[in-house]
Design a protein around this ligand. Structure first.
Ligand code: AOF
Ligand code: ZN
Length: 393
């Protein structure tokens, strides 16, 4: 009888290896593999990275060599059955003489989707699927959404007070705030200063690192002058794509976003902008693309995520203001929310709410958030939850 705790230990090792690929594997999934020989010793390990081309189990098999014979492969994702940039991993596993495969989940890619396991079983390999599935499925939720729907998995992140306000005021007559704004704007600190503390903000950096793209609106660019970069210092294969929705191209040429654009990592979507402004922004190294407006004259958010899917963006984090938060939720493009709360209250009647916008006549019922989890970050806390399961859509 296989020992469950031993299996889970090795599977945890495989998951940890997979996680080392975060930032390096997209648009492929994060996959880690561990091979344990017939004596119970680790004989090989591997992490897939996109530029490394080879899949995780092949790297582990290469390391294990002959020791793989009669051994066990632990892996967080089903070995593939197709010829892609590499030959099918299931065949390599069979050829190595591995006797048993312990995997967390099926590959959500429809070209694999169970065929890898079928192939292994047909060759007499013992296959066990499902241990540590929740962790494994979370790790590759963006990949699942992207490979099944051709669009990124969308997380809406926001930070607010206990009464749901994201900024104290946008009131230009408030001179005290305005003066503070002037100096903040140069440094990218939001008007009124940061809501959440250091620990929460460090977690936002980690979240940025895990994403292929960020999205904000021109209102936030004008108000906060943000950089929207991944400052974790961890390696990434592609620069974090910084996307701005700006229908008339009001983004200032001297904004920190424009000033820091390198290798096409700032992309502005517009819908009714002058050719002049486009040319000037393009000369500053910014990518500008036209997208059709929706019925309300706003850039169509569905068109945005379809376009990002075409650019092989598997994950998008919205870090925006009230209007885009409201529009994204109303359009139904959000898969998951990650909402930070600071133990503060803005009682000013002009304080900016988490969502705003014109009621478009759609459903007014509350949308239920599922699989809710709670996190603590020093004085602050956060709720993380899903609108839908990326493996079902
Ligand atoms: C595995 N092991 O380590 C990974 C798998 O274009 P390719 O050849 O790299 O294939 C990419 C697909 O292979 C990807 O969409 C997913 O279905 C699977 N990824 N499979 O057996 C791995 N990264
Ligand atoms: Zn493979």
């Amino acid at each position: 009888m296989p020992d469950r705790t031993v299996d889970e230990q090795f599977l945890q090792q495989a998951l940890d290896l997979a996680r080392q690929g975060v930032g390096l594997t997209s648009p492929n999934p994060c996959v880690g593999a561990v091979i344990v020989d017939a004596h119970g010793d680790v004989a090989g390990a591997g992490t897939h990275t996109y530029d490394g081309v080879k899949h995780a189990e092949v790297l582990a098999l290469e390391q294990a060599g002959e020791k793989a014979r009669s051994g066990t492969l632990y892996i967080n994702l089903e070995p593939c059955s197709h010829q892609g940039r590499t030959p099918p991993c299931a065949d390599a596993v069979i050829a190595s003489g591995i006797r048993r495969v312990v995997a967390s989940m099926d590959d959500p890619n429809s070209v694999v989707a169970g065929r890898g396991f079928d192939r292994l079983r047909a060759a007499g390999v013992q296959v066990e699927v499902g241990a540590m599935a929740e962790q494994a499925r979370r790790l590759n939720e963006s990949f699942a959404r992207y490979i099944r729907g051709g669009i990124p998995f969308v997380t809406l992140k926001s930070a607010m007070t206990l009464n749901g306000k994201i900024a104290p005021s946008r009131d230009a007559s408030n001179t005290a705030l305005l003066e503070q704004d002037q100096s903040n704007r140069a440094s990218g600190t939001p008007p009124g200063g940061w809501l959440t503390g250091q620990t929460a903000r460090a977690h936002v950096q980690q979240m940025r690192h895990e994403h292929d793209a960020l999205l904000t609106g021109v209102g936030t660019v004008l108000a906060d002058n943000p950089l929207l970069t991944d400052r974790t210092g961890f390696p990434r294969r592609r620069p974090l794509l910084r996307v701005i929705l700006d229908s008339q191209l009001r983004t200032p040429f001297d904004s920190r976003l424009v000033g820091s654009a390198v290798s096409g990592d700032v992309l502005i979507f517009c819908s009714s902008a002058s050719k002049d402004k486009k040319t000037r922004l393009c000369e500053s190294g910014v990518r500008v693309e036209d997208l059709p407006p929706n019925n309300d004259g706003q850039i169509d958010l569905h068109a945005v995520i379809r376009r990002l899917g075409q650019l092989e963006i598997t994950s998008l984090m919205i870090e925006a203001g009230a209007v885009i938060n409201g529009a994204a939720l109303a359009a139904g493009i959000v898969d998951k929310v990650f909402l930070f709360y600071a133990p503060k209250i803005f009682s000013n009647p002009d304080a900016v709410p988490f969502t705003a916008g014109v009621h478009s006549g759609g459903a007014i019922d509350a949308v239920q958030i599922k699989s809710l989890s709670f996190h603590r970050f020093g004085e602050d806390f956060a709720f993380e939850g899903y609108f839908r399961d990326p493996y079902q859509h």
